[in-house]
Design a protein. Structure first.
Length: 392
């Protein structure tokens, strides 16, 4: 990140995550404005997946045809405009439409800036993706902390309107700084965008798609279940139940921002094998041991799980951007197209995995359910040689 373009691109990842996460900690207030039950609110939120799929299937082709600048700006308008709108709404149908738009804008911005990052990385020959994703995670964590602090002190509308409006202007400045390095439009007739081309150009690299999904499954599982697990099975208070996930995210940030230094010394294949086996095994064992120890000493059991969560976060930290880069190298399509197609397949697979984990938790326990994604993380070790070969 030692050039103005790279710093601007890194700032774009950070600001994108900061804006996206700004409204999430304030879900209770939004739910209250809508006057809906918890189940109804959860159902409304889940419809964002429809917008995501539309973007993931089409935005890569749009970037290829019209260039990254136009798509990034349109994505930011849709995403940030929708986030600013939802905090004013009291009608469920209007919220539903806006939430679909948020999903569409989120995935469109994700696809376009990651496509740009892959292009930048390919030109410079450096491993930039983990660091950029580390800045994304840092922005998401910082935004969640700020929003949680402001809840109850600053009104929902003032908070979101001011913050998102400021971030929107900042992104315009960053895109202006990046104007000379952004992917240009492709004027070839073969790059023409059509509805038919969404399906005719779609291809699935199953090895990379499964590896990508297995790599991020533990992140989703800890986000969904870690607090519940700590509270119900480790017998901790609600105030400290979020600590394991916070440590998981912190470890991911550390891993993503430092992996390039370790890569220079040991090589990516070696690091993938060691990190996923140690991280996945540590999380697996911490859950098993933590549950048993907590029956006699809840604090010690919780501490064991917290340490396992941190190690699990380190193990998973750099895998998603690394596999994304490997999938791009294995494909003849542009980076943005690869990111979109990988994301579309991942959306479906994660839905299935989340359902399996949820029903496992229902039929057995949350602790048993959390063992599933930890085993998935360990399985990513089988991809180490493939990723190493494709980078040569």
């Amino acid at each position: 990140m030692n050039t103005p373009q790279r710093r601007a691109l890194g700032a774009l990842f950070f600001v994108y995550a900061f804006g996206l996460m700004s409204w999430v900690p304030r879900f209770p207030e939004i739910k209250k404005n809508l006057g809906v039950s918890l189940g109804e609110f959860g159902t409304l939120i889940s419809f964002s997946a429809l917008g995501s799929l539309v973007s993931l299937l089409s935005v890569g082709l749009l970037v290829n045809r019209f260039g990254a600048r136009r798509v990034i700006l349109l994505s930011v308008v849709i995403l940030f405009g929708s986030i600013m709108t939802v905090v004013h709404l009291h009608n469920t149908w209007q919220f539903l439409v806006c939430n679909v738009a948020i999903g569409m804008g989120t995935s469109a911005l994700h696809t376009s800036i990651n496509g740009q990052a892959l292009h930048e990385q390919g030109e410079k020959g450096e491993n930039l993706m983990p660091r950029l994703h580390g800045l994304w995670s840092l922005g998401a964590l910082a935004s969640a902390i700020l929003s949680g602090f402001l809840a109850g002190k600053v009104s929902l509308v003032v908070h979101i309107d001011f913050l998102v409006g400021t971030l929107f202007c900042l992104i315009l400045i960053l895109v202006h700084h990046l104007r000379d390095s952004l992917l240009p439009p492709n004027t070839n007739e073969e790059a023409a965008f059509s509805f038919k081309s969404i399906f005719t150009s779609f291809s699935i690299d199953w090895k990379m798609s499964l590896g990508f999904t297995f790599a991020i499954a533990l992140e989703f599982a800890t986000g969904d279940w870690a607090a519940i697990f700590s509270k119900e099975e480790l017998h901790m208070s609600a105030g400290v139940s979020a600590i394991p996930y916070a440590l998981f995210v912190l470890a991911m940030i550390i891993g993503r921002l430092t992996i390039h230094r370790l890569n220079e010394r040991w090589g990516l294949g070696f690091l993938i094998q060691r990190f996923v086996i140690i991280g996945g095994s540590a999380f697996f064992l911490s859950v098993l041991v933590g549950v048993q120890v907590s029956k006699h000493s809840p604090s010690l059991g919780f501490a064991i799980v917290a340490i396992g969560s941190f190690l699990g976060g380190l193990g998973a930290s750099f895998l998603a951007p690394t596999i994304m880069d490997a999938a791009n190298r294995r494909s003849t399509s542009s980076g943005a197209v690869v990111v979109g197609q990988l994301g579309a397949v991942n959306t479906v697979l994660i839905f299935v995995i989340k359902s399996v984990i949820a029903w496992t938790a229902q039929l057995t326990s949350v602790g048993v359910a959390l063992l599933i994604p930890s085993v998935m993380l360990i399985c990513v070790a089988f991809l180490a040689r493939t990723i190493d070969e494709v980078r040569l």
